[in-house]
Design a protein around this ligand. Structure first.
Ligand SMILES: [Zn+2]
Length: 76
């Protein structure tokens, strides 16, 4: 007797392209143009510290994924 694998039937409420729809993003969401990552961090250059708070300085948004690879991609 031979065993046959039967592929599971697709669920009617989960069409194949639903993953792509879930991956879509609102227009204002930050996304790295180089790697497509959405994890970012904010850096502050040249700030003063007064009463344990940062004052002034230039703030930049940098992609975390690219930073881990040694590249500095500024998103805003
Ligand atoms: Zn990136």
């Amino acid at each position: 007797m031979t065993l046959h694998l039967i592929p599971p039937a697709p669920k009617p409420d989960d069409p194949p392209n639903s993953r792509a729809k879930r991956a879509s993003k609102p227009a204002d969401m930050v996304q790295c143009p180089r790697c497509g990552g959405r994890e970012v961090m904010e850096t502050v250059i040249g700030a003063m510290i007064q009463a344990r708070k940062l004052k002034g300085g230039t703030r930049q948004i940098i992609c975390v994924g690219c930073m881990m690879k040694g590249e500095r991609v500024v998103l805003g």
